[in-house]
Structure formats: structure tokens, C-alpha cells
Design a protein around this ligand. Sequence first.
Ligand code: ADP
Ligand code: ASP
Ligand code: MG
Length: 436
Amino acid sequence: MAKVEEKIENGADGDVVVMKFGGTSVAGPEELKRAAARIVAAREEGSKVVAVLSARGKTTDELVEAAYEISERPDPREMDMLLSTGERVSCALCAMAIHDLGHQALSLTGSQAGIVTDSSHTKARIMEVRADRIREALGDERIVLVAGFQGVSTESKDVTTLGRGGSDTTAVAIAAALEASVCEIYTDVSGVFTADPRIARDARKIPVVSYEEMLEMSASGAKVLQLRAVEYARNYGVPIHCRSSFEDGPGTLVVPESETMERPLVTAVTHSTGEARVTLSGVEDEPGIAGRIFGALAEANVNVDVIIQNEPLEGDAGADLSFTVDRDDLKTAVDVIEGLGGISDGVRTDEQIGKVSIVGAGMRSHPGVAARVFEVMGERGINIEMISTSPIKISCVIQADRVPDAVSGLHEAFDLGADATFPEDPTGEHRPTVRP
Ligand code: ADP
Ligand code: ASP
Ligand code: MG
């Protein structure tokens, strides 16, 4: 039996299990009580349980909106004070529900749980998990509930948050610190699919996916698992089991590539409509300029995704440089560029862009995949505005309103739909033990 399954099956004999519930899974009283019942069931099976909870429903979106109603550029420290409240509410309420089910539960903020981060507000990185308090509570036979998405900077002593979707990362980091047998991510879909099931109606659940492919999927918009959570899981060898909080049955296992089966050419189509493009025209064409621009953006903690630069045709004309950033970072990016003063003739922005990508370890050794992607776009009359590739991913930036069409076109062209011959784990080796 493969290593991962052994670990997961051992989950019921006193090992630690980390269970994370997303916003929809704790949205109302019904959902919250259902999550509490699942947590208690795992405890009654014999596992020591740490549950990481997200803010309820759309709470985080509402808090962000409230901040922007007050201020155009909310102070990042205060933003974190505000946003971190959502997950605390979920944990306190869930502890009450667990008490009613006859078990002892202890709810902790990220800071109380020992989640130590750097000081970069609204997108902090976890530096360390000082899990003594969690261990102590587990030793006292308690169920521990940890508020996801937040930590504390030991440098500034301030509360920080980990970026949208960050509760996934809290869960994986705690699983790594406690050497948990598995990190279960309970969400509103039954696993990781060949495309966002909200867009591709015939998308299929992928039984097992490698960390490498999942990293590319998360990086290119599959928000079902936060990118940093997958990175952390890969670095510490934490198996992730992503599954539904509303139905039973196995979800998707995310494990090392050596423990996956031979892949089809393309594993999934992903998309994102959360980015914006910045175009600088007439950029001075001399060594060091790109370093200055992207160095300044990195300094301001702005993540840059796709970059394109065209050499000027005429000797003394400036170059055109375009890049994409998270839409939330657009204002900061423009401020940074303007702050560099006179580096280009003009700065334009476009918020109407989207990105579609295909991801698959199989494409490493197969030529012609990119050509097929471009043909599909052409057949559908979709204009490709930027392209970027990695050995296992091809991304195209297109107009945002064409994203659904591009996703379904690629999904169909690479045979990822319901009728496709996607390997279903014929040996049964990768079937995780299913907690009810
Ligand atoms: P949670 O609140 O539980 O963290 P998220 O909204 O962050 O849930 O992530 C789950 C959502 O991710 C799903 O509802 C789905 O629309 C979206 N999603 C995007 N791409 C995929 C994919 N490839 N497989 C599954 N879900 C995906
Ligand atoms: N509540 C946060 C968000 O909505 C974190 C999370 O749910 O993972 O992004
Ligand atoms: Mg999420």
C-alpha cells in the first residue's frame, strides 16, 4: 500500500487529524452544527482533532466592503484587525455546538494557537507554528478549534492575515507542525475538478493529483485550495484530502508525484478573472530598467504574474512593457510605477482581462499542446492578448467576458468532460479512508 494511504488509514488510532471548514461549510446554524457533528464523529473514532474554521459565508467580503465604505485606502494593520474577526466568530460558535454534543472544545485565535507570521499585513507568510498550546489541549482530550487565515507577527506584535483563502494554509501549517496523518479540507464541492464545476458543467472530480499540478492549478486560479497551502503541504509532505462538507465519499488526494498514476496529457483547465493588466509605453530601452520596475513592485509586496516586453523596432523608440497583477494590488502597482518617475511615456491599466490555463504533467513530453490551445481560441474567435508557459502549464490572457467560452472549449478539446477516459485509480490503491 502506498505511503500516503497508510498514513491516512492510521488516522483513526489516536493520530492527529486536521479538518478545515470553508465559509460555505459554516455559513448558517445548520451548516455550523453539521461541521461540529463531523468534528465530533472524527473525535469519537479515536483521532485527536484540530479544526480550522473560515469566516461564515460572505463575512470576509462584507468586512472588506465595510472598510472601503470608510476609506479609499484602508490602513493594512487595521484591515487585519477587522478581517481576523470573522474566523473568531465561527470558532466560538462551533465550540458551543461541540459542547452541546457532549465534548470539550477550546477555540483559539491564530495568535493563541501560535501561528507566527512575518509582518506583511493582508498577505503575511507563516514563519513558524508554536503549537504547544494546541498540543496541551489535545492532551487534555479537548477538540481544538483554530481561527483560520490569521496569525501574529512577533516582530510588530500585531495581528496579521494570510491573504484570501488563507484558512487552507493555516490548516496545512498546523497539520505539518503536529505531524497529522492528513489535512482534510472540507468545502462546497466534492474535490478538485477538471475545471471549476460552476463553469464547466461536465467537469469531473480528479481522484489523485500531484503537488506540482495542484500548485500550477492554484497559481492559475483554481481557488479550491490556496496556493500557499499547497506549497506548504509539498514542502512538509502533508497529504491533503479535499472533500465535500455536504456529502460523504472520497474527494481528491493531493500527494507527491511519485504516488500518482500516469497522467493524461492535460489534467485540468483553470481560469481567473481576478487580475488586471498594467501597460507601460515608451519604456527606456536600456539595461537595468526592468530590474528597477519589478524590484520596486516586489518591495511593495505586489505579485506579478504574466509579463510581456516588446523590443522597439526603431532604435531610439521606447519599449512596451505589460504585466498582470492581482486586481487588489492594481492601485499599489500604479503608485509604485508613478513613484519611479519618468520611467515610461505613459501607464495604462485594464481591469477587463481574464486568464485561462491548462495544467498537466503529461504535457512535459508531448509537443503540440500549445498549438492546440491556440487553435481552440481561434476556432471560438477569442483573441489571445498575452501568453505564458511553464513545463506543465500554458496560460492565455484574454478578455474577461470570453473566459467561460474559453474554459468550455479547452475542457472539451482535451477530453476532460464526463465521457472522457480519465484514469479512475484502477488499482483502488489511492482510495482514502472515508470519515463519515
Ligand atoms: P471555501 O470557502 O470552502 O474555502 P472556496 O470558495 O475557497 O471554498 O473554494 C471552493 C470553490 O472553488 C468551488 O465552489 C469552486 O467554484 C471553485 N473552484 C475553482 N476551480 C475549481 C476546481 N478546479 N475544482 C473544484 N473547485 C474549483
Ligand atoms: N475568510 C477568508 C477569505 O474569505 C479566509 C478563508 O476563508 O480561507 O478569504
Ligand atoms: Mg477557500
